[in-house]
Design a binder for this molecule. Structure first.
Ligand code: MSP
Length: 505
Protein backbone atom coordinates (compact mmCIF):
# COMPACT_ATOMS: atom_id res chain seq x y z
CA UNK A 1 0.00 0.00 0.00
CA UNK A 2 1.21 3.45 -0.84
CA UNK A 3 0.19 6.85 0.44
CA UNK A 4 0.98 10.03 -1.46
CA UNK A 5 -0.13 13.32 0.10
CA UNK A 6 0.19 16.83 -1.31
CA UNK A 7 -0.32 20.40 -0.14
CA UNK A 8 -1.30 23.10 -2.59
CA UNK A 9 1.77 24.85 -3.90
CA UNK A 10 1.94 28.32 -2.44
CA UNK A 11 2.17 31.65 -4.24
CA UNK A 12 5.48 33.28 -3.48
CA UNK A 13 4.56 36.92 -3.93
CA UNK A 14 4.14 37.33 -0.18
CA UNK A 15 5.43 35.56 2.92
CA UNK A 16 3.65 32.65 4.65
CA UNK A 17 0.93 33.15 7.23
CA UNK A 18 -0.71 30.70 9.63
CA UNK A 19 -3.45 29.83 7.10
CA UNK A 20 -0.82 28.49 4.71
CA UNK A 21 0.98 26.64 7.51
CA UNK A 22 -2.32 24.89 8.26
CA UNK A 23 -2.39 22.66 5.16
CA UNK A 24 1.29 21.80 5.51
CA UNK A 25 0.79 20.74 9.14
CA UNK A 26 -2.24 18.61 8.26
CA UNK A 27 -0.43 16.91 5.39
CA UNK A 28 2.54 16.21 7.62
CA UNK A 29 0.38 14.56 10.27
CA UNK A 30 -1.06 12.24 7.63
CA UNK A 31 2.33 11.47 6.09
CA UNK A 32 3.89 10.65 9.46
CA UNK A 33 0.92 8.52 10.44
CA UNK A 34 0.98 6.46 7.26
CA UNK A 35 4.72 5.88 7.66
CA UNK A 36 3.97 4.56 11.14
CA UNK A 37 1.65 2.07 9.51
CA UNK A 38 4.47 0.84 7.33
CA UNK A 39 3.04 2.23 4.11
CA UNK A 40 5.28 3.51 1.38
CA UNK A 41 4.71 7.24 1.72
CA UNK A 42 5.49 10.32 -0.32
CA UNK A 43 4.75 13.86 0.84
CA UNK A 44 4.99 16.78 -1.56
CA UNK A 45 4.86 20.51 -0.98
CA UNK A 46 6.26 23.49 -2.84
CA UNK A 47 5.72 26.81 -4.55
CA UNK A 48 3.64 28.16 -7.41
CA UNK A 49 5.87 30.75 -9.05
CA UNK A 50 4.48 31.63 -12.47
CA UNK A 51 1.70 33.91 -11.26
CA UNK A 52 1.40 37.22 -13.12
CA UNK A 53 1.54 39.01 -9.78
CA UNK A 54 5.08 37.69 -9.33
CA UNK A 55 6.17 39.22 -12.64
CA UNK A 56 4.48 42.48 -11.63
CA UNK A 57 6.00 42.81 -8.19
CA UNK A 58 9.42 41.86 -9.57
CA UNK A 59 9.13 44.56 -12.19
CA UNK A 60 8.20 47.14 -9.56
CA UNK A 61 11.34 46.20 -7.70
CA UNK A 62 13.41 46.29 -10.89
CA UNK A 63 14.22 42.59 -10.75
CA UNK A 64 13.99 39.68 -13.16
CA UNK A 65 11.04 37.50 -12.03
CA UNK A 66 13.32 34.52 -11.44
CA UNK A 67 15.68 36.57 -9.25
CA UNK A 68 12.69 37.76 -7.25
CA UNK A 69 11.36 34.18 -7.04
CA UNK A 70 14.71 32.85 -5.83
CA UNK A 71 14.66 35.43 -3.09
CA UNK A 72 11.05 34.82 -2.02
CA UNK A 73 11.18 31.04 -2.17
CA UNK A 74 13.50 31.01 0.84
CA UNK A 75 10.61 32.01 3.09
CA UNK A 76 8.53 29.18 1.72
CA UNK A 77 11.28 26.63 2.11
CA UNK A 78 11.83 27.79 5.65
CA UNK A 79 8.15 27.27 6.46
CA UNK A 80 8.03 23.45 6.22
CA UNK A 81 11.45 23.22 7.83
CA UNK A 82 10.35 25.23 10.85
CA UNK A 83 7.03 23.39 11.00
CA UNK A 84 9.04 20.17 11.24
CA UNK A 85 7.33 18.87 8.11
CA UNK A 86 8.72 15.59 6.82
CA UNK A 87 8.18 16.30 3.13
CA UNK A 88 9.99 14.11 0.64
CA UNK A 89 10.33 16.79 -2.01
CA UNK A 90 9.85 20.54 -2.37
CA UNK A 91 8.75 21.42 -5.89
CA UNK A 92 9.18 24.81 -7.52
CA UNK A 93 7.23 25.37 -10.71
CA UNK A 94 10.34 27.08 -12.07
CA UNK A 95 12.27 23.78 -11.88
CA UNK A 96 13.43 22.68 -15.34
CA UNK A 97 12.02 19.20 -14.73
CA UNK A 98 8.59 20.63 -14.01
CA UNK A 99 8.56 22.97 -17.01
CA UNK A 100 9.50 20.20 -19.38
CA UNK A 101 6.83 17.94 -17.91
CA UNK A 102 4.14 20.61 -18.26
CA UNK A 103 4.98 20.94 -21.93
CA UNK A 104 4.73 17.20 -22.51
CA UNK A 105 1.47 17.03 -20.58
CA UNK A 106 -0.14 19.81 -22.62
CA UNK A 107 1.21 18.43 -25.87
CA UNK A 108 -0.57 15.15 -25.12
CA UNK A 109 -3.88 16.90 -24.60
CA UNK A 110 -3.32 19.02 -27.73
CA UNK A 111 -2.64 15.93 -29.79
CA UNK A 112 -5.77 14.28 -28.39
CA UNK A 113 -7.72 17.25 -29.74
CA UNK A 114 -8.90 18.71 -26.44
CA UNK A 115 -6.98 21.97 -26.72
CA UNK A 116 -7.92 24.47 -29.45
CA UNK A 117 -7.21 28.12 -30.27
CA UNK A 118 -9.84 30.79 -29.56
CA UNK A 119 -10.24 34.36 -28.38
CA UNK A 120 -10.76 35.22 -24.79
CA UNK A 121 -12.43 38.38 -23.64
CA UNK A 122 -13.24 38.84 -20.00
CA UNK A 123 -12.45 40.20 -16.59
CA UNK A 124 -9.35 38.86 -14.89
CA UNK A 125 -8.62 39.11 -11.17
CA UNK A 126 -4.88 39.04 -10.52
CA UNK A 127 -5.55 38.16 -6.88
CA UNK A 128 -7.34 34.92 -7.81
CA UNK A 129 -5.34 34.49 -11.02
CA UNK A 130 -8.67 33.67 -12.63
CA UNK A 131 -11.30 35.06 -14.97
CA UNK A 132 -14.44 36.33 -13.27
CA UNK A 133 -18.00 36.77 -14.42
CA UNK A 134 -19.94 39.97 -13.67
CA UNK A 135 -22.17 37.95 -11.37
CA UNK A 136 -19.20 36.97 -9.21
CA UNK A 137 -18.28 40.60 -8.50
CA UNK A 138 -19.54 42.81 -5.70
CA UNK A 139 -19.72 46.50 -6.66
CA UNK A 140 -17.48 45.72 -9.58
CA UNK A 141 -14.80 44.25 -7.33
CA UNK A 142 -13.56 40.75 -6.58
CA UNK A 143 -15.16 39.89 -3.20
CA UNK A 144 -12.10 37.88 -2.15
CA UNK A 145 -9.43 40.48 -2.94
CA UNK A 146 -11.36 43.76 -3.01
CA UNK A 147 -9.75 44.78 -6.29
CA UNK A 148 -11.30 45.62 -9.65
CA UNK A 149 -10.56 42.93 -12.21
CA UNK A 150 -8.94 43.93 -15.50
CA UNK A 151 -10.48 43.60 -18.94
CA UNK A 152 -8.45 41.18 -21.02
CA UNK A 153 -8.98 40.30 -24.66
CA UNK A 154 -6.51 38.02 -26.36
CA UNK A 155 -5.93 34.90 -28.39
CA UNK A 156 -5.70 31.93 -26.05
CA UNK A 157 -5.71 28.18 -26.17
CA UNK A 158 -8.75 26.59 -24.64
CA UNK A 159 -9.26 23.26 -22.93
CA UNK A 160 -12.42 21.41 -23.91
CA UNK A 161 -13.73 21.04 -20.36
CA UNK A 162 -17.31 20.89 -21.67
CA UNK A 163 -16.54 17.50 -23.23
CA UNK A 164 -15.84 16.03 -19.77
CA UNK A 165 -19.08 16.86 -18.02
CA UNK A 166 -20.58 13.36 -18.27
CA UNK A 167 -17.39 11.58 -17.23
CA UNK A 168 -16.99 13.86 -14.24
CA UNK A 169 -20.58 13.30 -13.13
CA UNK A 170 -20.05 9.55 -13.42
CA UNK A 171 -16.91 9.83 -11.37
CA UNK A 172 -18.74 11.64 -8.57
CA UNK A 173 -21.63 9.20 -8.70
CA UNK A 174 -19.42 6.13 -8.63
CA UNK A 175 -16.95 7.26 -5.98
CA UNK A 176 -18.75 8.70 -2.99
CA UNK A 177 -15.46 9.41 -1.21
CA UNK A 178 -13.67 11.00 -4.17
CA UNK A 179 -14.03 14.41 -2.51
CA UNK A 180 -14.42 14.78 1.26
CA UNK A 181 -16.18 16.12 3.29
CA UNK A 182 -19.32 15.04 1.42
CA UNK A 183 -20.84 18.52 1.39
CA UNK A 184 -17.82 19.61 -0.66
CA UNK A 185 -18.37 16.75 -3.12
CA UNK A 186 -21.95 17.96 -3.50
CA UNK A 187 -20.70 21.48 -4.13
CA UNK A 188 -18.34 20.28 -6.87
CA UNK A 189 -20.93 17.98 -8.35
CA UNK A 190 -23.58 20.67 -8.62
CA UNK A 191 -21.07 22.99 -10.26
CA UNK A 192 -20.43 20.28 -12.86
CA UNK A 193 -24.13 19.54 -13.28
CA UNK A 194 -24.74 23.26 -13.87
CA UNK A 195 -22.81 23.01 -17.14
CA UNK A 196 -19.10 23.34 -17.85
CA UNK A 197 -17.50 25.90 -20.11
CA UNK A 198 -14.17 25.44 -21.83
CA UNK A 199 -11.43 27.42 -20.15
CA UNK A 200 -8.31 29.18 -21.27
CA UNK A 201 -5.06 27.31 -20.58
CA UNK A 202 -2.67 29.94 -21.88
CA UNK A 203 -1.90 33.64 -21.72
CA UNK A 204 -0.56 35.76 -24.59
CA UNK A 205 2.39 38.13 -24.57
CA UNK A 206 3.71 37.25 -21.14
CA UNK A 207 7.35 36.46 -20.69
CA UNK A 208 6.89 34.75 -17.30
CA UNK A 209 5.67 31.15 -17.46
CA UNK A 210 6.06 27.85 -19.28
CA UNK A 211 5.92 28.37 -23.06
CA UNK A 212 3.19 26.48 -24.92
CA UNK A 213 5.25 23.92 -26.86
CA UNK A 214 3.51 24.39 -30.23
CA UNK A 215 3.20 28.19 -29.94
CA UNK A 216 5.92 29.91 -27.97
CA UNK A 217 4.15 33.27 -28.14
CA UNK A 218 1.94 31.95 -25.35
CA UNK A 219 2.68 30.71 -21.85
CA UNK A 220 0.71 28.17 -19.86
CA UNK A 221 -1.99 29.61 -17.63
CA UNK A 222 -0.62 29.60 -14.09
CA UNK A 223 -3.31 27.31 -12.67
CA UNK A 224 -2.72 24.62 -15.29
CA UNK A 225 1.03 24.84 -14.78
CA UNK A 226 0.45 24.63 -11.02
CA UNK A 227 -1.94 21.67 -10.93
CA UNK A 228 0.43 19.58 -13.02
CA UNK A 229 3.02 19.80 -10.21
CA UNK A 230 1.37 16.90 -8.44
CA UNK A 231 2.39 14.53 -11.23
CA UNK A 232 5.51 16.23 -12.54
CA UNK A 233 7.25 16.01 -9.16
CA UNK A 234 7.00 12.22 -9.24
CA UNK A 235 8.73 12.16 -12.60
CA UNK A 236 11.85 14.08 -11.55
CA UNK A 237 12.07 14.24 -7.73
CA UNK A 238 14.49 11.32 -7.65
CA UNK A 239 17.37 11.15 -10.10
CA UNK A 240 16.99 8.30 -12.51
CA UNK A 241 13.75 7.12 -10.91
CA UNK A 242 10.19 7.64 -12.04
CA UNK A 243 7.89 7.48 -9.02
CA UNK A 244 4.65 7.77 -10.95
CA UNK A 245 3.93 4.04 -11.02
CA UNK A 246 4.52 3.74 -7.30
CA UNK A 247 2.53 6.70 -6.13
CA UNK A 248 0.23 8.37 -8.61
CA UNK A 249 -2.74 6.07 -8.12
CA UNK A 250 -2.67 6.69 -4.35
CA UNK A 251 -2.51 10.46 -4.34
CA UNK A 252 -4.51 12.48 -1.79
CA UNK A 253 -4.69 16.21 -2.34
CA UNK A 254 -5.32 18.45 0.66
CA UNK A 255 -6.69 21.85 -0.33
CA UNK A 256 -8.52 24.86 1.08
CA UNK A 257 -12.13 25.47 0.08
CA UNK A 258 -11.21 28.49 -2.08
CA UNK A 259 -9.48 26.30 -4.64
CA UNK A 260 -12.11 23.58 -4.87
CA UNK A 261 -13.16 24.13 -8.49
CA UNK A 262 -9.66 24.03 -9.86
CA UNK A 263 -8.93 20.81 -8.02
CA UNK A 264 -12.24 18.99 -8.04
CA UNK A 265 -13.41 19.88 -11.54
CA UNK A 266 -10.65 21.18 -13.82
CA UNK A 267 -7.88 18.91 -12.56
CA UNK A 268 -9.58 15.51 -12.98
CA UNK A 269 -10.66 16.57 -16.48
CA UNK A 270 -7.13 17.62 -17.43
CA UNK A 271 -5.80 14.31 -16.13
CA UNK A 272 -8.32 12.29 -18.10
CA UNK A 273 -7.48 14.30 -21.22
CA UNK A 274 -3.77 13.60 -20.78
CA UNK A 275 -4.40 9.89 -20.19
CA UNK A 276 -3.83 9.73 -16.43
CA UNK A 277 -5.90 8.27 -13.63
CA UNK A 278 -7.84 10.85 -11.62
CA UNK A 279 -6.63 11.40 -8.03
CA UNK A 280 -7.55 8.83 -5.43
CA UNK A 281 -9.04 11.44 -3.10
CA UNK A 282 -9.28 15.14 -2.36
CA UNK A 283 -9.89 16.57 1.07
CA UNK A 284 -11.15 20.14 1.25
CA UNK A 285 -10.52 21.97 4.51
CA UNK A 286 -12.06 25.22 5.77
CA UNK A 287 -10.49 28.50 6.74
CA UNK A 288 -8.81 29.65 9.89
CA UNK A 289 -10.58 32.83 10.87
CA UNK A 290 -9.60 35.68 13.14
CA UNK A 291 -12.59 37.57 14.51
CA UNK A 292 -14.77 35.69 12.01
CA UNK A 293 -12.72 36.87 9.00
CA UNK A 294 -10.44 34.72 6.87
CA UNK A 295 -6.81 35.15 7.85
CA UNK A 296 -5.26 36.47 4.66
CA UNK A 297 -2.84 38.97 3.25
CA UNK A 298 -5.60 40.84 1.48
CA UNK A 299 -7.60 41.26 4.70
CA UNK A 300 -4.37 42.27 6.45
CA UNK A 301 -4.94 40.20 9.59
CA UNK A 302 -2.18 37.64 9.18
CA UNK A 303 -0.31 35.84 11.94
CA UNK A 304 3.24 34.78 11.14
CA UNK A 305 3.57 31.10 12.07
CA UNK A 306 7.29 31.53 12.65
CA UNK A 307 6.64 34.12 15.36
CA UNK A 308 4.28 31.70 17.09
CA UNK A 309 6.86 28.92 16.84
CA UNK A 310 9.52 31.23 18.33
CA UNK A 311 7.38 31.78 21.42
CA UNK A 312 5.51 28.48 21.87
CA UNK A 313 7.63 25.94 20.01
CA UNK A 314 6.61 24.02 16.95
CA UNK A 315 4.57 21.21 18.53
CA UNK A 316 2.10 23.51 20.31
CA UNK A 317 1.42 25.37 17.05
CA UNK A 318 0.83 22.10 15.16
CA UNK A 319 -1.40 20.91 17.98
CA UNK A 320 -3.39 24.10 18.26
CA UNK A 321 -4.50 24.51 14.65
CA UNK A 322 -5.76 20.95 14.42
CA UNK A 323 -7.30 20.94 17.90
CA UNK A 324 -9.07 24.28 17.90
CA UNK A 325 -10.75 24.07 14.50
CA UNK A 326 -12.50 20.93 13.36
CA UNK A 327 -10.60 19.89 10.24
CA UNK A 328 -12.92 20.43 7.29
CA UNK A 329 -14.87 23.32 8.89
CA UNK A 330 -14.09 27.01 9.26
CA UNK A 331 -13.15 28.09 12.75
CA UNK A 332 -11.61 30.81 14.82
CA UNK A 333 -7.96 30.82 15.74
CA UNK A 334 -6.21 33.35 17.95
CA UNK A 335 -3.07 33.84 19.96
CA UNK A 336 -5.14 33.88 23.17
CA UNK A 337 -6.67 30.57 22.14
CA UNK A 338 -3.23 29.09 21.52
CA UNK A 339 -2.00 30.36 24.88
CA UNK A 340 -4.99 28.93 26.70
CA UNK A 341 -4.68 25.48 25.14
CA UNK A 342 -0.94 25.51 25.68
CA UNK A 343 -1.44 25.94 29.41
CA UNK A 344 -4.54 23.87 29.96
CA UNK A 345 -4.17 20.93 27.60
CA UNK A 346 -0.50 20.66 26.84
CA UNK A 347 0.87 21.95 30.15
CA UNK A 348 -1.70 20.60 32.60
CA UNK A 349 -3.25 17.56 30.94
CA UNK A 350 -0.27 16.06 29.13
CA UNK A 351 2.76 17.73 30.70
CA UNK A 352 1.67 17.15 34.29
CA UNK A 353 0.68 13.58 33.56
CA UNK A 354 4.23 12.81 32.48
CA UNK A 355 5.76 14.82 35.35
CA UNK A 356 3.64 13.05 37.96
CA UNK A 357 4.14 9.59 36.48
CA UNK A 358 7.92 9.90 36.25
CA UNK A 359 8.20 11.62 39.65
CA UNK A 360 6.23 8.80 41.32
CA UNK A 361 8.30 6.09 39.62
CA UNK A 362 11.46 7.89 40.72
CA UNK A 363 10.25 8.41 44.26
CA UNK A 364 8.44 5.17 45.08
CA UNK A 365 10.42 2.75 42.93
CA UNK A 366 13.81 4.37 42.63
CA UNK A 367 13.26 4.95 38.91
CA UNK A 368 12.54 1.32 38.15
CA UNK A 369 9.65 0.30 35.92
CA UNK A 370 8.74 -3.34 36.57
CA UNK A 371 8.36 -5.89 33.83
CA UNK A 372 5.64 -5.59 31.27
CA UNK A 373 2.15 -6.93 31.69
CA UNK A 374 -0.30 -7.18 28.86
CA UNK A 375 -3.42 -6.64 30.90
CA UNK A 376 -4.23 -2.99 30.46
CA UNK A 377 -7.16 -1.00 31.82
CA UNK A 378 -7.07 1.34 28.81
CA UNK A 379 -8.83 -0.63 26.06
CA UNK A 380 -5.78 0.13 23.96
CA UNK A 381 -6.70 -2.00 20.96
CA UNK A 382 -9.97 -0.13 20.53
CA UNK A 383 -8.12 3.15 21.04
CA UNK A 384 -5.59 2.34 18.31
CA UNK A 385 -8.32 1.41 15.84
CA UNK A 386 -10.41 4.44 16.63
CA UNK A 387 -7.53 6.88 16.11
CA UNK A 388 -6.60 5.19 12.84
CA UNK A 389 -10.12 5.22 11.52
CA UNK A 390 -10.48 8.93 12.23
CA UNK A 391 -7.25 9.54 10.36
CA UNK A 392 -8.38 7.37 7.45
CA UNK A 393 -11.39 9.70 7.15
CA UNK A 394 -9.10 12.80 7.35
CA UNK A 395 -10.72 13.60 10.69
CA UNK A 396 -7.54 14.96 12.20
CA UNK A 397 -9.44 16.77 14.94
CA UNK A 398 -11.45 13.67 15.87
CA UNK A 399 -8.30 11.55 16.15
CA UNK A 400 -6.74 14.13 18.43
CA UNK A 401 -9.86 14.19 20.60
CA UNK A 402 -9.73 10.38 20.96
CA UNK A 403 -6.12 10.68 22.08
CA UNK A 404 -7.05 13.42 24.52
CA UNK A 405 -9.80 11.30 26.05
CA UNK A 406 -7.14 8.77 26.94
CA UNK A 407 -4.92 11.50 28.41
CA UNK A 408 -7.83 12.53 30.62
CA UNK A 409 -8.54 8.92 31.60
CA UNK A 410 -4.97 8.49 32.79
CA UNK A 411 -5.17 11.69 34.80
CA UNK A 412 -8.37 10.49 36.46
CA UNK A 413 -6.67 7.20 37.22
CA UNK A 414 -3.95 9.05 39.12
CA UNK A 415 -6.63 10.72 41.23
CA UNK A 416 -8.75 7.65 41.88
CA UNK A 417 -5.92 5.21 42.56
CA UNK A 418 -4.02 7.76 44.74
CA UNK A 419 -0.56 6.19 44.50
CA UNK A 420 0.64 8.39 47.37
CA UNK A 421 -1.74 6.47 49.65
CA UNK A 422 -0.71 3.09 48.28
CA UNK A 423 2.95 4.01 48.88
CA UNK A 424 2.29 4.33 52.60
CA UNK A 425 1.20 0.72 52.89
CA UNK A 426 3.81 -1.97 52.24
CA UNK A 427 1.03 -4.57 51.88
CA UNK A 428 -0.23 -2.77 48.78
CA UNK A 429 3.12 -2.86 47.03
CA UNK A 430 2.01 -4.82 43.99
CA UNK A 431 -1.04 -2.62 43.62
CA UNK A 432 1.23 0.42 43.42
CA UNK A 433 3.49 -1.36 40.91
CA UNK A 434 0.46 -1.99 38.83
CA UNK A 435 -0.77 1.61 38.85
CA UNK A 436 2.66 2.97 37.95
CA UNK A 437 3.07 0.47 35.16
CA UNK A 438 -0.37 1.19 33.72
CA UNK A 439 0.34 4.92 33.68
CA UNK A 440 3.71 4.51 31.98
CA UNK A 441 2.28 2.01 29.54
CA UNK A 442 -0.68 4.22 28.65
CA UNK A 443 1.65 7.17 28.18
CA UNK A 444 3.75 5.13 25.77
CA UNK A 445 0.75 4.44 23.58
CA UNK A 446 -0.28 8.09 23.82
CA UNK A 447 3.21 9.18 22.74
CA UNK A 448 3.16 6.95 19.67
CA UNK A 449 -0.36 8.02 18.70
CA UNK A 450 0.63 11.66 19.18
CA UNK A 451 3.91 11.38 17.27
CA UNK A 452 2.43 12.58 13.95
CA UNK A 453 1.03 15.67 15.67
CA UNK A 454 3.76 16.36 18.22
CA UNK A 455 6.90 14.75 16.80
CA UNK A 456 9.33 16.32 19.27
CA UNK A 457 7.15 15.86 22.33
CA UNK A 458 6.47 12.20 21.54
CA UNK A 459 10.18 11.44 21.60
CA UNK A 460 10.64 13.34 24.86
CA UNK A 461 7.84 11.35 26.49
CA UNK A 462 9.32 8.03 25.40
CA UNK A 463 12.81 9.09 26.48
CA UNK A 464 11.55 10.23 29.90
CA UNK A 465 9.99 6.80 30.40
CA UNK A 466 13.17 5.02 29.30
CA UNK A 467 11.42 3.54 26.26
CA UNK A 468 12.90 3.00 22.79
CA UNK A 469 12.16 6.08 20.69
CA UNK A 470 13.56 5.17 17.31
CA UNK A 471 10.66 2.92 16.37
CA UNK A 472 7.27 4.65 16.23
CA UNK A 473 5.46 1.80 14.51
CA UNK A 474 1.72 1.91 14.91
CA UNK A 475 1.60 -1.68 16.25
CA UNK A 476 3.51 -0.49 19.28
CA UNK A 477 0.20 0.94 20.45
CA UNK A 478 -0.93 -2.14 22.36
CA UNK A 479 -1.39 -3.28 25.94
CA UNK A 480 1.95 -3.97 27.60
CA UNK A 481 4.06 -2.00 25.17
CA UNK A 482 6.21 -0.39 27.89
CA UNK A 483 9.34 -2.44 28.53
CA UNK A 484 11.02 -2.99 31.88
CA UNK A 485 13.55 -0.29 32.55
CA UNK A 486 15.55 1.55 35.21
CA UNK A 487 16.81 5.06 35.80
CA UNK A 488 13.56 6.98 35.30
CA UNK A 489 13.92 10.45 36.76
CA UNK A 490 11.34 13.19 37.36
CA UNK A 491 10.84 14.63 33.86
CA UNK A 492 11.46 18.27 33.02
CA UNK A 493 8.18 20.04 32.22
CA UNK A 494 7.20 19.28 28.62
CA UNK A 495 5.59 22.70 28.25
CA UNK A 496 7.11 25.26 30.61
CA UNK A 497 5.05 28.28 31.51
CA UNK A 498 5.15 31.15 29.06
CA UNK A 499 4.32 34.62 30.26
CA UNK A 500 1.41 36.06 28.28
CA UNK A 501 3.51 39.23 27.87
CA UNK A 502 6.15 37.31 25.89
CA UNK A 503 3.39 35.88 23.76
CA UNK A 504 1.82 39.26 23.08
CA UNK A 505 5.19 40.68 22.06
N1 MSP B 1 -1.09 28.70 -5.74
C1 MSP B 1 -2.43 28.34 -5.45
C2 MSP B 1 -2.58 26.84 -5.28
C3 MSP B 1 -2.13 26.03 -6.44
S1 MSP B 1 -2.22 24.32 -6.09
C4 MSP B 1 -2.01 23.55 -7.54
C5 MSP B 1 -2.88 29.02 -4.15
N2 MSP B 1 -1.92 29.44 -3.35
S2 MSP B 1 -2.14 30.25 -1.97
O1 MSP B 1 -0.83 30.46 -1.46
O2 MSP B 1 -2.95 31.39 -2.21
O3 MSP B 1 -3.00 29.33 -1.02
C6 MSP B 1 -2.56 28.07 -0.65
C7 MSP B 1 -3.46 27.40 0.37
O4 MSP B 1 -3.53 28.16 1.57
C8 MSP B 1 -4.89 27.20 -0.11
O5 MSP B 1 -5.27 25.85 0.13
C9 MSP B 1 -5.69 28.10 0.78
O6 MSP B 1 -6.95 27.56 1.03
C10 MSP B 1 -4.85 28.07 2.04
N3 MSP B 1 -5.20 29.17 2.91
C11 MSP B 1 -4.95 30.50 2.74
N4 MSP B 1 -5.52 31.17 3.77
C12 MSP B 1 -6.15 30.30 4.60
C13 MSP B 1 -6.77 30.40 5.86
N5 MSP B 1 -6.97 31.55 6.47
N6 MSP B 1 -7.12 29.25 6.47
C14 MSP B 1 -6.84 28.01 5.94
N7 MSP B 1 -6.26 27.89 4.77
C15 MSP B 1 -6.12 29.01 3.97
O7 MSP B 1 -4.07 29.13 -3.92
Amino acid sequence: MAFYVTTPIYYINSTPHIGNAYTTIAADVLARHHRQRGEETFFLTGTDEHASKVARVAEEEGLEPKVFADRMVKHWQELPRRLNASHDFFIRTTDEGHKQFVQEFLQRIYENGDIYAGTYAGLYCVGCEAFKTEAELVDGRCPEHGIEPEWIEEKNYFFRLSAYQERLLELYDQRSDFVLPTFRANEARSFIAGGLEDFSVSRAGQPWGVPIPWDESQVTYVWVDALINYVSALAYARDGEDLRDRFWRDVRHLIGKDILRFHCVFWPALLLAAGYDVPRQLFVHGFLLLDERKISKSVGNTIDPLDLIDVYGVDPVRFYVLRAVSFGQDGNASIDGLHERYERELGNDLGNLLSRTTAMIARYRDGRLPSATDVSPWAIDAFRNEVASHLDAFDLTGALETIWQLVRKLNQHVETSAPWQLAKDEARRSELDRVLYDLADGLCSIAIALAPYLPETALRILAALGQPAEDLAWERIRPGTAVETEGIEPAQPLFPRIEPTTAAA
